[in-house]
Design a protein around this ligand. Structure first.
Ligand code: GRF
Length: 215
């Protein structure tokens, strides 16, 4: 069975959706450990309560980004994971770290990339007045919130939405697509070819999402 390591910095709800999928039998992988760069990350308690090994590598203890990343990579390598899953890990990773885990490092981002990389994605989506927003799971490359896209989920932006309501609608989709992407990886369905993701599955759901809905 393939194994993963999950990196978090805070709440850990995406991590929890992965752990729940494993527990329910819908995600056939082994979670070797959950890492955080912050000792107070709420998600660490959630993981420990589910019997998962947790590790803290505190970035404040290191003089440079490179030194922290090197320590993190070394600590992760102990578990020899097939895949490293960033789930709300709020650190920019150095090129060396990204290259070390190339092809086995994925991230979830709360926007339809390449729109709205970076922070405050929901607020920026509201300011721009987009009608469709969502989330993206992608392989990580040295460019921030960029990299070959594995799966996206789109949600409508509704009249009256604020940052909180829109974030909640997107987060519900994040909890669906991240376990799905990891399952595809575990099943060997994802391949990186010339910097693009090749997905080995019948593409039979070629509908359209239109927002606002036509009546
Ligand atoms: C999620 O919105 C994720 O897309 C982003 O950070 C947030 C983390 O939330 N990268 P959680 O810690 O998984 O609850």
């Amino acid at each position: 069975m393939k194994s993963i390591v999950i990196l978090i910095s805070g709440r850990g709800s995406n991590m929890e959706s992965l752990l729940n999928a494993v527990a329910s039998g819908s995600l056939p992988i082994c979670v070797a450990a959950v890492f955080s760069n912050r000792a107070d990350a709420k998600g660490l308690e959630t993981a420990a309560a589910k019997g998962i090994s947790t590790r803290v590598v505190d970035h404040q203890q290191f003089a440079s980004r490179e030194a922290f990343d090197a320590a993190m990579a070394e600590a992760i390598d102990v578990f020899s994971p097939d895949l490293v899953v960033l789930a709300g890990f709020m650190r920019i990773l150095s090129d060396v770290f990204v290259r070390h885990f190339a092809g086995r490092l994925i991230n979830i981002h709360p926007s339809l990339l390449p729109s709205f990389p970076g922070l405050h994605t929901h607020q920026r989506a509201l300011v721009e007045g987009v009608r469709v927003h969502g989330c993206t799971v992608h392989f990580v490359t040295p460019a921030l919130d960029h990299g070959p896209i594995i799966v996206q989920a789109a949600v409508p932006v509704l009249d009256g939405d604020d940052e909180t309501s829109l974030a909640a609608r997107v987060l519900a989709q994040e909890h669906q697509v991240y376990p799905l992407a990891v399952r595809w990886f575990a099943e060997g369905r994802l391949r990186l070819v010339d910097g693009r993701v090749e997905f080995n599955a019948p593409q039979d759901s070629a509908g359209a999402l239109i927002s606002p809905l036509m009546r």
